[in-house]
Write a protein that binds this ligand. Sequence first.
Ligand SMILES: C[S@@+](CC[C@H](N)C(=O)[O-])C[C@H]1O[C@@H](n2cnc3c(N)ncnc32)[C@H](O)[C@@H]1O
Length: 289
Amino acid sequence: MDSIHPDDYGLSKPETDITEREDIELELLLVGVHRLYGYDFRNYALPSLRRRIWHFIHAEGLGNISELQGKVLHNRATFERMVHNLSIPVTEMFRDPNLFLTFRQKIVPILRTYPYIRIWHAGCSTGEEVYSMAILLHEEGLYDKSRIYATDMNDRSLETAKQGVFGIEKMKLYTKNYMEAGGTRSFSEYYTAKYNSVIFQPFLQKNIIFAEHNLATDRSFNEFNVILCRNVMIYFNDELRNHVHKLFHDSLSNFGILVLGSKESIQFTELSESYESLDRVEKIYRKIK
Ligand SMILES: C[S@@+](CC[C@H](N)C(=O)[O-])C[C@H]1O[C@@H](n2cnc3c(N)ncnc32)[C@H](O)[C@@H]1O
C-alpha cells in the first residue's frame, strides 16, 4: 500500500510557505475590508496587527484568517466586532501626568495670548484624556474660550466618552495622576459617584465635540492651535504615520502645537524639519513652517 506523504496533509510545509500563505490571507482580508466597509488597516504595523487578528480569530472560534475573511465580508456585525478588537482603547485620565504638568507650565502661557483656542484630540478612545484637558483648561481659566474636538474611529469608545461615566475603581489612580499633573483642587469636585461608577460634571462637556474620524481615510476638518495624538501612531507603519503627520501639519495653524505619546516622535518622519521641539521628553512640538 502506498504510504501517504505528510505533504498531502500540508504538514511538512516549510515555515516560510506557511508565513507566505498567511501574508496573502491577511492582505486579502484587509483589501476586502477596505473595499467593502471603507476602513483601511492596510498600513497598520504588521506585528501588532497580526497579533490582534489572531486574538480575534480565537475569540470568534475560527481557525484561520481566510475563515475570518468569509465571516467579516458576509456579516457586518462581525466586521464591527473586528474594528473594536483592532482599536486597543487603553487610556486613563492624566495619563503620563508629567505631560499635563509640562502642558500647564509651557503651553498654557502661549494659549493665554489667543482670543480663542481650538484643540483636537485625535484617537481619543473613551475620552479620559479629553476630560483631563477640560479640567486643566478650566483650572487655568481658559475653558470658556476653548473648543475641544475629540475624535476616534471606534464609535463604541466614543459613546462611552460622550456619557462621561467611568468606573469608580479607577478614581484612586486618576486622583494620583491629577495631583502629579499639577491639579489645584480636590479631584472629587469634578465627579459624582453613583453605585460603581462616577459621572463627570456636565459643565466639562460643554465645549467638547465628540465625532467619528478615521485618521487613515478622513480629511482635515478645521484649523487647530493644538493637536494631541498620543499612543495612536505606534500602531501604524511609516507610510501611514507620514500620511497622518501631513494631515496634522495641514490642520495646525502657524506655530500650532503638536503633542505625541511618550514612545512617539516627529523625528524620522517626512515633516521633522517643519517643527521645533518645545519639550523633548514630553514630545511637544511647535509648527514652524
Ligand atoms: C491606545 S488608544 C490611545 C488613547 C489616548 N489617546 C491615550 O493616549 O490615552 C488608541 C486609540 O486610537 C484609535 N485609533 C486607531 N486607529 C485609528 C484611526 N485610523 N483613526 C482614528 N483613531 C484610531 C483607537 O480606536 C484607540 O481608541
